[in-house]
Design a protein around this ligand. Structure first.
Ligand code: ADP
Length: 497
C-alpha cells in the first residue's frame, strides 16, 4: 500500500492528513498556531512556529496511522495564500514575522499605486489582480523598507522571499529548495500570468530585487525531497497549490466552465477558465489554477469576506445559537425570514461591490420578526452573496453556470445548500469529502508519483454525497433576490452618507 501525506497549512492551524492510495483518509493531526495582532488591521504569524506546528502534525499523524516516514510515497502541500515570509539565505531565519494575507498595513501605499492608472492597468493585465494589500508585493516592500538592514541584505542577494508553500518546502528540505508553485506565485502581484515570468516593471517600481524570488514549479511534479534528518526518510514533494486552487482541483473541476464555492469563514468562488485567463476579469481576479505537464489552467475568482463567519456572529456575539449547526433547526422552523434581510458587511463588501467601508445592516424588521427569522436571514445572506458572485462571474466570463460544487465547513448545512440551489435555480452538489483543499493537494501529489495515471482517473475519487435541486419557483426567487439587492443598496448608501 502506498500512502500520501497532505500538508494543509491554513490561517489558524497546520494540519497533516494521511491518505491511502485510493485517497481514503487514514489519519489527521491538527495544531493551532499563534495569531499576532501588533496593531488594528495588522496580522502576523511566526513563520518558525508555522513550520514547527506543521512538522509536529506530520509526526503525530504518522503515529496515529502507525506508519513511519518510509511508508509515505509522496507529499502534497496546500497553504493559506499570499502570506509573505522573507528570510536569510544563509541562516534560514526569517527577518520578520510572516505578514498574513488579511493584513491591511500597506493600504495607503496601494491606494497611491492605484492612483497611477497606467500602472494599475499594467498590474491587472500582467498579474490578473487588482492592486490590494491582500497580495504579497507590497508586503515584501514593507519588510524591505521597515526592517533594519533588510534592503541592503536583499540587494546583496542575501534574502529570500516565499509564500507559505515556499517556506515549508525550504524548511522541509533543510534549505535545499527555494521554489513555489505557479498557483501560489500568481498571488504575489509580481508574476506575469500570461508570459509565466516575474514582471520586471512591477519589481522595479516596488524596488524588489529579483534574486529574492523563488523558482516557479509545476503544481504537480516531484520538485523536492524532505531532509532525511527531519522524519527519517527522504520523501518526495509532488504537489503544491494555494488553498482555493487546491479545492478547485479536489472538486475535480478540470474542465473549462466548472466552478466550486468554498463555504468557510469567507466564501471563495472559482471557475476554471481553461488554458487562458478571462479576457476581462471585471470585478473578479484572474489567477493561475494549476500548471501540470507544461499546461497552465486559469481560474476566475471572487470572494465574499463574511460567509460562515455570520453564523459565528450569531453564536458568539448575539448568542442566539449554541453551535453553528443549530442554525439549521432554527431556519427550518419558519417558512421564510418575514421580510428580514441581513447584509453582513462586517469588514466591508468584497466582489462584486468592493466597498471596504460598508458595514453590516439588518432591514425589514417587523413586530413579528423573531430569533428564527434572523438566523434564517443570516444563512440566506451567505447564499445571496454567493449568488451575486456567481452572477458577476457569469457576466464577466459570458457563461452560464450549470451547477455549483460546494465544499467547506458551512456546506454541511442542508438548509443553506437547498436555499442556494433555490435562489440560483441550479443544482448544488456536495461531495462526500468536503475537505477538498487537502484532498486536492493529495491528488496533485498522487498524480506526480504515478499512483494515478492521469487527471481523468482522479475523477472517480470525488464521490457526490447529495445533489440539491431547485424547488422554488423562479418568480419567488427573483422577488427574494430583488429584496436582497435593495438591502445591499441601502447598506452601500449608508456608507456614503
Ligand atoms: P475555515 O477553513 O475558513 O476556517 P471552515 O471550512 O472550517 O472554515 O468552516 C467554518 C465556518 O463554517 C465557520 O464560520 C462556521 O460558523 C461555519 N459553519 C460550520 N458548520 C456550519 C453549519 N452546520 N451551518 C452553518 N455554518 C456552519
Amino acid at each position: 500500500m502506498k500512502y500520501i501525506m497532505a500538508l494543509d497549512e491554513g490561517t489558524t492551524s497546520a494540519r497533516s492528513i494521511i491518505y491511502d492510495e485510493n485517497l481514503n483518509t487514514i489519519a489527521v493531526s491538527q495544531k493551532e498556531f499563534t495569531q499576532i495582532f501588533p496593531q488594528p488591521s495588522w496580522v502576523e504569524h511566526d513563520a518558525e512556529e508555522i513550520f514547527s506546528s506543521q512538522l509536529y502534525t506530520m509526526k503525530r499523524c504518522l503515529e496515529k496511522a502507525s506508519l513511519t516516514a518510509k511508508d509515505i510515497a509522496v507529499i502534497g502541500i496546500t497553504n493559506q495564500r499570499e502570506t509573505t515570509v522573507v528570510w536569510d539565505r544563509h541562516t534560514g531565519k526569517p527577518v520578520y514575522n510572516a505578514i498574513v494575507w488579511q493584513c491591511r498595513r500597506t493600504a495607503d501605499y496601494c491606494e497611491e499605486l492605484t492612483g497611477d492608472k497606467a500602472f494599475a492597468s499594467h498590474v491587472k493585465e500582467s498579474t490578473g489582480l487588482l492592486i490590494d494589500p491582500y497580495f504579497c508585493a507590497t508586503k515584501i516592500k514593507w519588510i524591505l523598507d521597515n526592517v533594519s538592514g533588510a534592503r541592503e541584505k536583499a540587494e546583496a542577494g542575501e534574502l529570500l522571499f516565499g509564500t507559505i508553500d515556499s517556506w515549508l518546502v525550504y524548511s522541509l528540505t533543510g534549505g535545499a529548495a527555494h521554489i513555489s508553485d505557479y498557483s501560489n506565485v500568481s498571488r504575489t502581484m509580481l508574476f506575469d500570468i500570461n508570459k509565466l515570468e516575474w514582471d520586471r516593471t512591477i519589481l522595479e517600481r516596488l524596488d524588489i530585487p529579483e534574486s529574492m524570488l523563488p523558482t516557479p514549479v509545476p503544481s504537480s511534479g516531484i520538485c523536492a525531497y524532505t531532509d532525511e534528518a527531519l522524519l527519517g526518510a527522504k520523501i518526495p514533494v509532488g504537489g503544491i497549490a494555494g488553498d482555493q486552487q487546491s479545492s478547485l482541483f479536489g472538486q475535480c473541476c478540470f474542465e473549462e466552465g466548472q466552478a466550486k464555492n468554498t463555504y468557510g469563514t469567507g466564501c471563495f468562488l472559482l471557475m476554471n477558465t481553461g488554458e487562458k485567463p478571462a479576457a476581462d476579469s471585471g470585478q473578479l481576479v484572474n489567477t493561475i489554477a494549476w500548471n501540470i505537464d507544461g499546461k497552465t489552467h486559469y481560474a476566475l475568482e471572487g470572494s465574499v469576506f463574511t460567509g460562515g463567519a455570520v453564523i459565528q456572529w450569531l453564536r458568539d456575539e448575539l448568542k442566539i445559537i449554541d453551535t453553528s449547526p443549530d442554525s439549521y433547526d432554527a431556519a427550518m422552523k419558519v417558512p421564510d425570514t418575514a421580510g428580514v434581510y441581513i447584509v453582513p458587511a462586517f469588514t466591508g463588501l468584497g466582489a462584486p461591490h468592493w466597498n471596504a467601508d460598508a458595514r453590516g445592516i439588518i432591514t425589514g424588521i417587523t413586530r413579528g420578526a423573531g430569533r428564527n427569522h434572523i438566523i434564517r436571514a443570516a444563512l440566506e445572506a451567505i447564499a445571496y452573496q454567493v449568488k451575486d458572485l456567481a452572477v458577476c462571474l457569469e457576466e464577466t466570463a459570458g457563461v452560464t453556470l450549470k451547477e455549483l460544487n460546494a465544499d467547506g465547513g458551512a456546506c454541511t448545512n442542508d438548509f443553506l445548500m437547498q436555499f442556494q440551489s433555490d435562489i440560483m435555480g441550479i443544482p448544488v452538489t456536495r461531495p462526500v469529502n468536503v475537505e477538498t483543499t487537502a484532498l486536492g493537494a493529495a491528488m496533485l501529489a498522487a498524480l506526480a508519483y504515478g499512483i494515478f495515471p492521469d487527471q481523468r482517473s482522479l475523477c472517480g475519487i470525488r464521490k457526490t454525497e447529495k445533489i440539491f435541486t431547485p424547488s422554488m419557483d423562479p418568480e419567488t426567487a427573483d422577488k427574494l433576490t430583488a429584496g436582497w439587492r435593495a438591502a445591499v443598496a441601502r447598506c452601500i448608501m449608508e456608507t456614503k452618507e
